[in-house]
Design a protein around this ligand. Structure first.
Ligand SMILES: Cc1cn([C@@H]2O[C@H](COP(=O)(O)OP(=O)(O)OP(=O)(O)O)[C@@H](O)[C@H]2O)c(=O)[nH]c1=O
Length: 728
């Protein structure tokens, strides 16, 4: 499963081609590696038994990189994918050499997942693999570009020169002990490959950047796809450039499993494994309890040159049962939410017996329920005496308590706890209570609940009350002025969705929304009669749509390469937040936001600066009025509000406005993955609107009836999936 397929008319082809080429190239290289190895019987003996040693173990790839997944899958490894939440923000100036930075980042990625999984996944993995690829040129470290200009900066610094690609790899072995503690053993190494770029003309550079390929790749290029055309020669392991040094990895596994470096005992001698590569790095870290900081026998990443033996690290961490939920503390300040043992709405996926690689988690998973993946299945097994397992009890309790967690979040958000602690971190409960005008007792309970949910951190001080500060999740999503603030949506959930859900049983029995019971208003049209008929409800609803559009806008806008479209119309585009993301992504695009007069009259409140004159607003009813002319029609979170009959009315108006080559872009949560998020979202549509969420094929079917074909879908890891159809 991919985190993000970049597809586009041109770039979709290139992406499809990219993916094909990746497979082809990788299998070609893999074959070459294998053929080479087969000539050398000893090497073959080394490779295969190593991979087979891992059969039956829960192997986890702590990476969202589709290239790493493919390289390892092609090598025959069976594993699950749990992308790391570790932010790649280590201070580069602290590292003496670029590879030290890559190795440290790889290590942190792997350890973050290894530590999180016993809490989030019910299962402790056997092995976690982390990796980090960087490009080093002229004393600079280049990671993934943040935008096209950054890609330009990177690629022009590589033009005509030779540079090094380093991939740091960390292998963490997890040993569950009888007392419910987990030992972590770390083996890490790096690989360097030299790559020489041809001279790149400005035209070439921009053509390449506009293909969209550079954006998720270190140094801004993908050697396995279009970027291969920029390369004159490669010295070293090709797959290392693509993202994973397979050969070195296999050698490392061989050292671990066949030459005695592996040990489940705490007393493993660090020098017991011999090592034959120039880059293997021994590091010895020991961590004896969840609260103890990691101690390093040497400073970060400085070991590669000094100690030629394979490295081993032990970390020990108590499992949830050994440590009460609210006492589980952050170990090292690096993982943003890993300290929370709350797993209710995390998209957990039980690893199956035939452990297929599958993405089971993503960055925004935790409380915000954004990740995809198969729904969690309760793994209930009866033990001797019929006693239920503690993880089953934990999971069922979390499900029963889900509404309490939601309401704690809504309440803290409404009482401005997160805004307060952002401007004044380190307040104790009494001080917070005074500021939010609440009781000390109640505030203490609320703050502690937020700590247990991973939204706040608390610091205990000797003989004094604990003090509180925001955890990363709160700073990112829960402040009223954060770029990705979900405050507006949270307030909508509290004030609108919550009362509607209290009538869920009726919604299920009747198959219709519950506005009348929840709010005492009969509504023929939910939007006209309920959301937009009073100013405060309208503003709250617009705020909710605004915050979701800001969080999802970029992912939707860039899911496909839409640069060939010059005009777009965002139907039901509300405050224009999505439209602004589209114009930011496409300098040649103008977007008309088309929405009800009641909405358009308020939209300017959301963009006081109105800096982008490529976004304009037109008032009208898309079921009745003529639609503004455009090459591309955007329907983001619109169709799910309506039953098929009404969707057909709308799509036939869109189809009438389109000439061949025009497109419809639908952004919705598709039901295909059967994730808790999409399934619960569908229940939400039932209680709230006349509509429902749909599957990819249902959208394709609806569109095909109005003359749209060549449909493609991109599953972003954000809330929405993007679906495009071209007018034939
Ligand atoms: C030079 C080069 C890099 N890459 C990709 O660049 C990403 C590096 O970023 P990272 O931080 O190491 O990994 P990530 O993609 O963010 O994933 P994660 O492991 O979750 O941090 C990885 O994807 C690599 O394949 C290519 O696909 N081709 C190339 O020629």
């Amino acid at each position: 499963m991919r985190r993000h397929h970049v597809t586009s008319r041109r770039s979709s082809q290139s992406q499809a081609a990219d993916s094909d080429r990746v497979s082809l190239l990788i299998s070609a290289v893999a074959k070459r590696t294998l053929q080479g190895s087969l000539e050398d019987e000893k090497a073959a003996m080394v490779l295969n038994p190593v991979i087979s040693k891992l059969a039956g173990k829960l192997v986890v790839l702590a990476s969202a990189s589709p290239r790493r997944l493919e390289i390892l899958r092609n090598a025959g490894l069976r594993f699950e994918v749990v992308p790391s939440w570790f932010k790649e923000t280590l201070d580069k100036s602290l590292f003496k050499a670029p590879h030290e930075y890559a190795m440290e980042t790889a290590k942190q990625k792997a350890l973050e997942v290894a530590r999180r999984m016993p809490f989030k996944h019910l299962k402790t993995p056997d092995i976690v693999i982390g990796a980090d690829t960087i490009v080093a040129v002229d004393g600079m470290i280049l990671e993934k570009p943040v935008d096209k200009h950054d890609a330009y900066r990177m690629l022009s610094s590589l033009s005509g020169k030779s540079h090094s690609v380093f991939t740091g790899v960390a292998i963490v072995l997890c040993h569950e002990k009888e007392n419910d503690e987990v030992d972590y053993q770390l083996f890490d190494f790096y690989e360097e490959t030299k790559v020489k770029f041809a001279d790149l003309s400005e035209n070439m550079l921009w053509e390449y950047i506009n293909s969209g390929e550079p954006m998720d790749k270190a140094g801004g290029y993908g050697i396995q796809a279009l970027g291969g055309m920029l390369v004159e020669y490669v010295h070293g392991d090709f797959l290392n450039v693509v993202g994973f040094p397979l050969n070195h990895f296999c050698k490392q596994l061989d050292l671990i499993y066949n030459h005695g470096a592996f040990s489940s005992e705490q007393e493993t001698s660090p020098g017991s494994a011999s090592h034959n590569g120039t880059h293997a790095s021994p590091t010895i870290l020991t961590q004896s309890s969840p609260n103890a900081p990691a101690q390093s026998s040497h400073s970060n990443g400085s070991s590669a040159k000094h100690n030629p033996s394979a490295s081993q690290t032990h970390h020990t961490q108590s499992s949830p049962s050994a440590s009460p939920v609210h006492k589980v503390k952050k170990n090292d300040g690096e993982s943003e939410v890993g300290e929370s043992s709350w797993t209710l709405v995390n998209s957990l996926s039980k690893h199956t017996d035939d452990r297929q690689a599958e993405v089971i988690d993503s960055e925004n998973a935790a409380l915000l329920m954004t990740s995809r993946g198969p729904a969690m299945e309760l793994n209930v097994t009866e033990h001797e005496g019929g006693e239920p397992r503690k993880e089953d009890l934990q999971r069922i309790t979390e499900l029963m308590d889900g509404f309490k967690a939601s309401k704690a979040l809504f309440t803290a958000s409404k009482m401005c706890v997160f805004d307060l602690l952002q401007s004044r971190p380190g307040l104790n409960a009494a001080q917070v209570a005074e500021e939010i005008k609440a009781s000390v007792k109640g505030t203490e309970c609320l703050l502690e609940a937020c700590v247990s949910l991973g939204l706040l951190r608390s610091k205990e001080r000797k003989c004094q009350k604990p003090v509180y500060e925001n955890a990363g999740l709160a700073s990112r999503f829960l402040l009223s002025d954060a770029p990705f603030s979900l405050q507006g949506y949270i307030q909508h959930c509290d004030k609108t969705v919550w009362p509607l859900f209290s009538h869920l049983e009726d919604a299920v029995r009747e198959g219709s929304n519950q506005h009348e019971k929840a709010f005492g208003k009969k509504s023929k049209d939910v939007f006209q009669d309920t959301f937009y008929n009073s100013l405060d409800v309208k503003l709250r609803f617009m705020n909710a749509m605004h915050s979701i559009a800001k969080v999802t806008g970029k992912a939707v806008a860039t899911a496909f390469d839409l640069s060939s479209f010059k005009t777009a119309c965002d139907l039901g585009g509300c405050t224009g937040a999505m439209a602004y993301e589209f114009t930011k992504s496409y300098p040649g695009l103008s977007v008309t936001v088309f929405d009800l007069p009641a909405v358009v009259e308020m939209s300017e409140h959301f963009h006081p600066l109105r800096t982008d004159n490529r976004v304009s607003f037109v008032a009208g009813d898309f079921f009745k009025d003529d639609l503004p002319k455009a090459d591309l029609y955007i329907l983001a979170r619109i169709l799910h509000d309506w039953p098929d009959e009404k969707v057909h009315v709308l799509l036939s108006k869109v189809a009438d406005a389109c000439t061949p080559g025009c497109a419809v872009l639908i952004a919705e949560t598709m039901l295909d993955g059967r994730t808790p998020y999409s399934a619960l979202q569908s229940l939400n549509m039932l209680a709230q609107t006349e509509g429902t969420e749909r599957t990819e094929s249902q959208y394709a079917d609806l569109l095909s009836k109005h003359g749209f074909g060549n449909t493609r879908v991109v599953h972003t890891t954000n809330f929405l999936d993007a679906f495009i159809g071209i007018k034939l």
